[in-house]
Design a protein around this ligand. Structure first.
Ligand SMILES: [Zn+2]
Length: 403
């Protein structure tokens, strides 16, 4: 199927106006059909470089913020209202096996949060799960990574030591960890501890790094380490973030993540807005790089994950709200996602798109507002009913459009 759109973002530096894309999918009824879409931009699906799928509950959790460092918040949140409410649905066992019990109800919340904001790839920061966990999702939850929760708390949620984890990466996948998430002395010491443990490496993906000094940032740049910025979460918990413009000036690979909705904003689209509000001097296309080409490099993904060539099986179509496709992403919400396709499969979008595919409508859920009729893959509504039945009342999640 050929789709003609207003413009196609091939990569942040190449926008092809009035473009044509051949969508590759075994599910298409007719291969030679051409569809013209006015007022639509095409992108590769977005990449969310930091989430905790299991942690996407609502509302946010932080009665005593701003915190000096996030360890205080992690300890406090065990007794916080939103967590106690979530425990009615799922309580983690000591080894955080997310393929057990009701964990799927919560990870599903996280997956749909990402789908409804146009993400096709997510880095789920959690101890390594069984293969079946990663294989069951309709979008790509990265399987190839090593991790440590944080340098200060270690791998309290399971897995090996930080050093063993990094050694296992063999520099062929990212080594992800929370670091320096705070402004106090403890947070400031994290970077030295990272270096002392020999963990400042080219494949290290430092999440947050709020307490990093200019000198620390220069050292990250020299090694080639990456920084994952979660502006909503940083602003909410700590009231500050790393000096992102300085990181970019030094050539550091900066990527964007949502964190979970326990601390972050609603989704990757609202994170883009937070990012712009925090540092308006960062150009829109530089922010876009953080959810596309740079994320590809930092997460060791293939180039096709971040470039939309004239032929593709991954596609994201978004309503055009202004002439600049990068600024456009700051003016949209989940209703403006026209069509998301991953590996040739329709995932989310306007209902009329399904007419061109050999699919079973039973495999999809349909919902609408006054303006749009939408489909989404799977049956989130059943899972929501199940969550409600554990709670005994209806729980709203504002990152879900029909919640
Ligand atoms: Zn996190």
């Amino acid at each position: 199927m050929k789709i003609k759109v207003s413009a196609r973002v091939q990569n942040p530096d190449t926008v092809i106006k009035k473009s044509e894309i051949r969508l590759k999918s075994k599910l298409l009824k007719e291969n030679e059909l051409t569809i013209e879409k006015e007022n639509v931009f095409a992108y590769p699906p977005f990449i969310n470089s930091h989430d905790h799928l299991i942690g996407n509950w609502f509302p946010r959790n932080g009665e005593n913020r701003p915190y000096p460092n996030s360890d205080v918040w992690v300890k406090e949140m065990q007794f916080a209202k939103p967590l106690i409410e979530r425990h009615k649905v799922w309580i983690n066992d000591s080894n955080f096996d997310l393929s057990k019990g009701n964990a799927h109800l919560l990870t599903m919340l996280g997956i749909y949060k990402n789908i409804f904001s146009g993400c096709g790839i997510v880095q789920d920061h959690i101890s390594k799960q069984k293969n079946e966990y990663y294989n069951k999702f309709p979008i790509n939850v990265l399987k190839n990574y090593t991790q440590c929760h944080s340098i200060s708390l270690g791998n309290w949620w399971g897995d090996k030591s930080a050093l063993e984890e990094w050694q296992e990466s063999k520099l062929k996948m990212p080594f992800v960890l929370h670091l320096a998430e705070g402004i106090d002395e403890n947070a400031q010491k994290d970077f030295q501890k990272l270096k002392d443990s020999n963990l400042l490496q080219p494949n290290t993906l430092i999440v947050h790094g709020i307490a990093l000094t200019k000198q620390d940032i220069k050292e990250c740049a020299e090694v080639g380490a990456s920084i994952c910025w979660c502006p909503g979460s940083n602003q909410f918990l700590i009231g500050r973030s790393i000096d992102v413009p300085f990181c970019l000036k030094k050539g550091i690979k900066v990527v964007l993540g949502t964190d979970s909705t326990q601390s972050g904003s609603l989704n990757i689209l609202t994170e883009l807005k937070c990012a712009h509000k925090m540092f308006p001097e960062i150009k829109y296309n530089d922010l876009y790089r953080m959810i596309s080409t740079t994320a590809c490099k930092s997460l060791y993904l293939s180039e096709e994950s971040c470039c939309l060539d004239s032929e593709s099986s991954n596609l994201l179509l978004v309503s055009k709200k202004c002439d600049d496709p990068f600024e456009n992403l700051h003016k949209i919400n989940f209703w403006d996602i026209e069509f998301l396709v991953y590996k040739g499969k329709p995932i989310y979008g306007n209902k009329e798109w399904l007419e061109y595919f050999n699919i079973k409508s039973d495999d999809y859920f349909f919902f609408s507002n006054q303006k749009y009729e939408k489909f989404v893959i799977g049956h989130p509504e059943i899972a929501f009913d199940e969550i409600d039945s554990y709670l005994g009342y209806h729980q709203k999640f504002p990152f879900i459009p029909f919640s």
